[in-house]
Write a protein of this length. Sequence first.
Length: 318
Amino acid sequence: MTKTFASQGDLKPKKITFKKLSPNCYAFTAEGDPNTGVVVGEDGVLVVDTQATPLMAREVIRRIRRVTSKPVKYVVLSHYHAVRVLGAAAYKAGQIIASQTTLELIRERGRQDMKSEIGRFPRLFRGAKSIPGLTWPTLAFKDELTLRMGKLEVKIIHAGPGHTAGDTIVCCCGTEPQQAERCYLDSLPGGSPTPVTPPGTARGVLSPDGRRVLAQVGDSVAIYSVAGGEPRRALGFRPGDYPLRWSPDGHEIWVWTDRSSVSRLRFDRVDPVTGARAPLLTVVPRELGGVRGDAWPTLADDPHVYAYVQFLYMSRLY
């Protein structure tokens, strides 16, 4: 008996939407199918993930042409999976950008993944015969790449392993003219964003009730009211602290501290009103051999439920 994948019988068309997320950014989605991001700059368009085939990519191009006639200058591959990248040829972009790790994965697994995914996802590979071959990046970066699309700054970041080892995120940096980054309050139906924190805010953490933002500005940490008014200095913080979140009751800030250590992750609880500080949790990774560092920890309401990324040096045999 031949085994088949459930996805091979999933042939029902999905509803496509093309939604404006901000003045420069759009999302092409189809009820959970692989989506495509579109960034419109002053001098051209950047596309994030291409759809699975050039034929299917034409659906994205049609919607891009409804909002701009500017050429597609860049295609960014968020990772190497065929269902995301094999439609690239349709855009005729000047640059195809990916992380160095994604490029290596295409070399190592690209053809195998292409054959596998075309067989498993027939609906997602409509027009498979239009695929000219593997999609090869023309520009690979290690950690971060910044593009200037006129006045719009776009950061392309390889933040570390996630869905695949080469995962890439694209950030459009929103600022006021001649101002550094800050936190804003924005209404979902639209309208002009209202600044909450001053220019130069390195990190903002919203309280559980949505009324306060704890923000780092330079070396100082303060609490800002979303409704406005004078900020209140937050006490108890040390240089190098990384505020992760508020406690569920909104009385404490949970911070990642001693960030240089690769043998443990240490978290403290800080009362920003009194400055009282106490240990919250220490996590010792199970695997220490080859550890380069740990990053992006996340704590749940119960701090004993957590997640983090661990970076390892892996050996290779040739």
